[in-house]
Ligand binder design. Structure first.
Ligand code: SF4
Length: 330
């Protein structure tokens, strides 16, 4: 059952040309469609600049979209305002990449964690007798905060400490606690481990897997690191220049990648038994000047004439495996 459906989403930014002062349009998300099933971890993978974070910001209504639909349980969230938007944001939480900048250094951890409860204080998310959060006593709120700290593996004494007193991994646990405290149904984790040491990354990945099972969460895990994705995701969507170019369950993506870009990403993962079968050429083109036809044709060694003029559809290869490449027609 799909909990989130994105249909033909377009997100564009205008930026001024530094030389001529003309406005140029960046197509950060380009006619993207995606369904996310309840209870799964779907990874959105791709290089920096491919539009992953813009997609996350659009889903959480943090950035305006040009057109398209984002349906959460069938309701178009782009039209939500006021209390309805607040309820959606309670259900759809985000964890950001950098735990060093995402926590206010001047606030104690307890206050950082109470902040979302204050913003959503008219909602009844913690009581069976339908009391809104603003009806809770100070002690009850402190109890909620200490419980969520325990859930992410931290002692309740952390409430009285400041972010600088914690390591990177502990700060990311606090950021996860801040997302969890509103009892969300869906979490978008935007590169949540890329700022951490490899040894700490595994701990945070295991914590997310444990939380997903304990709280029946659906998670969109955004990352450029295919090694990390392999360990956490149920399905993987590969994004290139604002579009999904391949999507399948994790095993299919790693065992039978179909799109040359997916193979390029997998080839970039360090391994001893790698067969260097695909060598990428060139850098990611500017999203201000998207290539014609297949957007990957400027870097694809298999490119033929049709690729330069015609855009391949994302089509079903078998079961839930889809790819957008003419080679899969043959
Ligand atoms: Fe390469 Fe053509 Fe496939 Fe695009 S459609 S990935 S250019 S072979």
């Amino acid at each position: 059952m799909s909990v989130l459906e994105i249909k033909n989403l377009n997100v564009e930014y205008g930026i001024k040309d530094s030389v001529f002062g003309k406005e140029k349009i960046i197509k950060a998300v380009n006619d993207l469609s995606l369904e996310v099933n309840k209870g799964e971890i779907i990874a959105v993978a791709g290089e920096s600049g491919c539009g992953k974070s813009t997609l996350a910001n659009a889903i959480t209504c943090l950035t305006p979209v040009k057109n398209g639909e984002i349906l959460f349980h069938g309701v178009d969230v782009l039209g939500l305002r006021g209390r309805k938007l607040k309820i959606y944001r309670q259900a759809m939480q985000m964890i950001f990449q950098n735990p060093y900048s995402s926590l206010n250094p001047k606030m104690k951890i307890g206050d950082i964690l109470k902040e979302p409860l204050k913003i959503h204080d008219d909602l009844c998310i913690y009581s069976e007798d339908y009391r809104a959060l603003h009806e809770f006593s100070k002690d009850e709120i402190n109890e909620i905060v200490s419980q969520v700290l325990e859930t992410v593996g931290l002692d309740k004494s952390a409430m009285n400490m400041y972010p600088h007193e914690f390591s990177g991994g502990q700060r990311q646990r606090i950021a996860i606690a801040r997302a969890l405290i509103l009892k969300p149904e869906f979490i978008i984790a935007d590169e949540p481990v890329s700022a951490l040491d490899v040894s700490i990354q595994a701990q945070i990945i295991n914590l997310l897997l444990q939380l997903k099972n304990n709280f029946n969460l659906t998670i969109m895990f955004i990352s450029h690191d295919m090694n990390v994705i392999r360990h956490i995701a149920d399905r993987v969507a590969i994004m290139y220049l604002g579009k999904i170019v391949e999507i399948a369950n994790t095993e299919q993506i790693f065992k039978y990648p179909q799109h040359p870009y997916t193979r390029m990403l997998l080839n970039a993962v360090p391994s001893f038994d790698k067969k260097n079968e695909f060598v990428p050429t060139g850098d990611l083109p500017s999203p201000m000047e998207l290539p014609s036809g297949c957007a990957f044709h400027t870097r694809c060694q298999y490119c033929f004439e049709k690729c330069k003029t015609t855009e391949p559809d994302l089509r079903i290869l078998y079961e839930d495996h889809k790819a957008a490449c003419f080679l899969t027609d043959k």
